[in-house]
Structures are given as structure tokens and as C-alpha cells.
Design a binder for this molecule. Structure first.
Ligand code: ADP
Length: 433
């Protein structure tokens, strides 16, 4: 009997699934784009529909031989549920900053410089729920409720065990990923706000850990084997990193999308809140990184994708334009320069569009190199190899320019989809790095 594995990615615009065989070859891909919604309450049923739909679209002959499933969600998208897993409130999405109102309270609970000190952290959202003034947003005070991340809840729909999470999703809740425990400051802080007999924080396991077999009811409904294992999940950006194939300390993935995101696999964790740098645990290793506001969105301000392709072809990547740009759409950057007042530097602008584009590509490449330098200065394992994901990955001239600044081996990722990374978690039943 051949085994297959499903990775499911809940991204910002829709759900995708990738089914692979035990060699990692993709055999099926399905998707469910999210329709526009007016109220986040609608997402509860939409996510369930999307989950079941992307599985049901997988051809039956693969579905009947699925060995394991893992799901990634968007980081810091959270829910509060009753003991049956029924959401009590509308979910709060990853980018929802309503919890800005609890930052002062959060400061009294969390250590300074901790990643949870942000209006969009999972902990800020939990505290917002616990303290919100309006009664219809307050969790019931007299009955048990479970705090879950999106990926936890979706996996629960398949395995039926409530209250389990992974240490990627739980990082922004304040879970101590070095010591694999909830820290005292978190427990004490929450205890000062609520009855912890009633508020259930998830039990945290390593991403990819087998949680349980799918429930027989759902197995029947989705025509999956009864023995199909549901694994602990991860976040979307880590799933995308896992998809790249980077495994060894010193290997990194640069995402050249609308913004520039760097991720470097390191032997030791690196955290620096000033630059927005933090580290996720990956087995015995650490995935550290940062995000700059520079990136493809600046290119898109000046060029269409077709122009980017045509003009890039005319650039000689070995020659330096000497245009010293810091491409930004608007003022301010956090990493590798932490300065909210930093102005975009896009002058002087040559008449020749090819030369201008070269200046932009070089400017972004320099920021990338500076970013990796900063991570290494702060203690990360030295950079040896860079994989590339995102829209800019398909530009070989840019890769050659970046190679000049980075001076390491450049590799094109074969897989960049988060769903593929989750499927690998399902094969490995854990973090396989
Ligand atoms: P995101 O998901 O972050 O919106 P994508 O990974 O889809 O971004 O990448 C889109 C970006 O890729 C756009 O901002 C665009 O400027 C850039 N892009 C598209 N084609 C090219 C190209 N040939 N060379 C460089 N950048 C490109």
C-alpha cells in the first residue's frame, strides 16, 4: 500500500492543500479562495467549509491512502471556544490590533523586550478578551473556555482532541520555547486577570507530533482512512520555510515578495526586539530572522511585472550602478535599520529605466546582505547558502546581483508553498531538521 500525506495551508486569502507521496513528490493540489466577508464571525464556518472542501477535492484514490495530515494557520490568529470546541467569540485575526488598548497592562505582566509586547500578539488578544468592557466580548466567567490558535482549532475539527497546540503557534502567546513550558510570569499574570481553572491554555507539543487518528465520523465523511493521523501544525511562514528544503545551520530563505523577509537557520536563538528579530525553535535548531519594509512593492510602484522581466534582462549584474538607494514606499524601517523616520532614498533617478531598475534591485540586495550581517553580528550561525521564495525569486539577474552582495551559494527553492512544508511535517511527524 502506498502512503500519501496532506499539508493544508490556511493563508490570508484562502486555503490550499498539497498531497505528497513518501518521496515528497506532489500528487495533488487543491484550493479554496476565501470569499469577501463582512464579519469575522463568518470565518468560523468558512474555515470549516474550506478545510473539508480542500480535502474533498483531492482525488479519491489518494484520499483513501492518506497516512497523515498537518495544517498551518496564520500566526496569531486566535479563538476562544467552549469545551465542545464551539467558538464563543468571533476569531481575532493575525493583523487585528484592537489589543493596543491592553499594551500597558501587558507591560506589567510580560518581561520587557518580550515578543508578546505587541498589539497583534496572541497574548495581547487573549488579555483583550479577558478584560474587554463590552459584555458580549467577555468570555463566560463561570464556565470553561479554551484558548486556541487557528491551526489548533482546525486540527481539532479532524482529531477531536481539544486544547493542543504546537510551539510555533504558541511563541506569541508567551510559551517558553527554550524550556518547553509556560513561564511563571505568564501564569501569574493570567491568574491576576481570570480563574485559570476555567481558562484552558493549550498543551504545547512539537510541530508535526502525531496527536491522534482522525475521528471515525470525519474519516467517513471525508472518505479518509480511519488510521489517518492528524499532526500538530505550525504557522504559515514557518511552513513556507520548511518547504524550501533548507535544513542545515547557516542556510537561509529570503522571501522577495511585497516586502523582504529573511530567515536564517541557526544553532543558537537570536532575539532583539528593537529590530523585530526573534527566533522560533526548530527541533534542536533555531529559525531567526527579520522583515524589512523594502521589497517588491517598491518595484511595483515603478514597473509592471512585464517591464521588470524585460528591463532586468538588459542589466549586467556584474556591473555596479553606484546608485546608493534605500527603496521604501514610505518612510520608516525596522530591520536592518531601526528608524521609523528613515526616508526612502531613490535619488538621483537616471533617465534610463534599466539603470533605475538596477539601482532598485541593488538597493534591496544591499538591505538583504545588511540584514544577514546583522543576524550574524547578533550571534546567528554564519550564512552559507540562500534559498529564495516569492515573486522576485524568478529573476535570475537579481539573483546574480544578490550573489555579488551576499557572496554565498544561491539556490532556487523547488518548493515554496506553505502547504508543502506542512505536508513534510506530516511525513516526518515532527520537525525534521
Ligand atoms: P506577496 O505574496 O508578498 O504579495 P509575491 O511573492 O507574490 O508577493 O511577489 C510579488 C512581488 O514580486 C511584486 O511586488 C513584484 O514587484 C515582484 N516581482 C514580480 N515579478 C518580478 C520580477 N521579474 N523581478 C523582480 N520582482 C518581481
Amino acid at each position: 500500500m502506498v502512503n500519501f500525506y496532506i499539508g493544508i495551508d490556511f493563508g490570508t486569502s484562502g486555503t490550499r492543500s498539497i498531497t505528497i507521496n513518501s518521496q515528497g513528490t506532489v500528487v495533488a493540489q487543491t484550493q479554496f479562495p476565501f470569499p469577501p466577508f463582512t464579519d469575522t464571525w463568518e470565518l468560523v464556518s468558512l474555515w470549516k467549509t474550506a478545510l473539508f472542501d480542500v480535502i474533498q477535492q483531492i482525488p479519491l484514490h489518494f484520499r483513501r491512502q492518506i497516512d497523515a495530515i498537518a495544517i498551518n494557520g496564520t500566526s496569531a490568529t486566535v479563538l476562544l471556544c467552549d469545551p465542545n470546541g464551539i467558538p464563543l467569540q468571533s476569531p481575532i485575526l493575525y493583523n487585528d490590533s484592537r489589543a493596543v488598548t491592553v499594551l500597558e497592562l501587558l507591560k506589567k505582566i510580560a518581561p520587557p523586550d518580550h515578543i508578546v509586547n505587541s498589539a497583534t500578539s496572541s497574548l495581547a488578544k487573549l488579555i483583550w478578551w479577558l478584560t474587554a468592557e463590552t459584555t458580549n466580548t467577555k468570555p463566560q466567567k463561570s464556565s470553561v473556555c479554551y484558548f486556541l490558535h487557528q491551526a489548533d482549532w482546525l486540527a481539532f475539527l479532524l482529531h477531536g482532541k481539544l486544547g493542543i497546540s504546537d510551539y510555533h503557534n504558541s511563541l506569541k502567546l508567551g510559551y517558553d520555547v527554550e524550556n518547553l513550558t509556560y513561564p511563571n510570569w505568564l501564569i501569574n499574570g493570567l491568574q491576576s486577570l481570570t480563574n485559570l481553572e476555567l481558562l484552558k491554555l493549550p498543551d504545547v507539543v512539537a510541530p508535526g507530533t502525531s496527536i491522534a487518528s482522525i475521528t471515525s465520523e470525519i474519516a467517513e465523511q471525508l472518505q479518509l482512512p480511519k488510521a489517518c493521523v492528524i499532526c500538530a501544525g505550525t504557522t504559515d511562514s514557518i511552513a513556507a520555510f520548511l518547504a524550501s528544503g533548507a535544513k542545515i545551520p547557516g542556510e537561509a530563505v529570503t522571501s522577495l515578495g511585497s516586502t523582504l523577509v529573511l530567515k536564517l537557520l541557526s544553532n543558537i536563538p537570536v532575539n532583539n526586539i528593537k529590530y523585530g528579530i526573534y527566533s522560533h525553535r526548530l527541533g534542536d535548531l533555531w529559525l531567526t530572522g527579520g522583515a524589512s519594509n523594502t521589497g517588491g512593492a517598491v518595484l511595483r510602484q515603478f514597473f509592471s511585472d512585464l517591464e521588470l522581466e524585460n528591463f532586468s534582462r538588459q542589466i549586467n549584474p556584474n556591473y555596479n550602478s553606484n546608485l546608493n538607494y534605500y527603496p521604501l514606499i514610505k518612510k520608516g524601517d525596522r530591520f536592518p535599520i531601526n528608524d521609523p523616520e528613515l526616508l526612502p532614498r531613490l535619488q538621483p533617478r537616471p533617465d534610463n529605466s534599466v539603470e533605475f531598475l538596477q539601482g532598485l534591485l541593488e538597493g534591496i540586495a544591499k538591505i538583504e546582505a545588511q540584514g544577514y550581517q546583522l543576524l550574524q553580528q547578533l550571534g546567528a550561525t554564519p550564512l552559507t547558502q540562500v534559498y529564495t521564495a516569492g515573486g522576485g525569486a524568478k529573476n535570475p539577474v537579481w539573483t546574480a546581483i544578490r550573489q555579488r552582495y551576499l557572496n554565498v551559494n544561491m539556490v532556487n527553492s523547488i518548493h515554496t508553498e506553505a502547504a508543502y512544508g506542512s505536508a513534510l511535517l506530516a511525513i516526518n511527524r515532527g520537525i525534521g531538521v
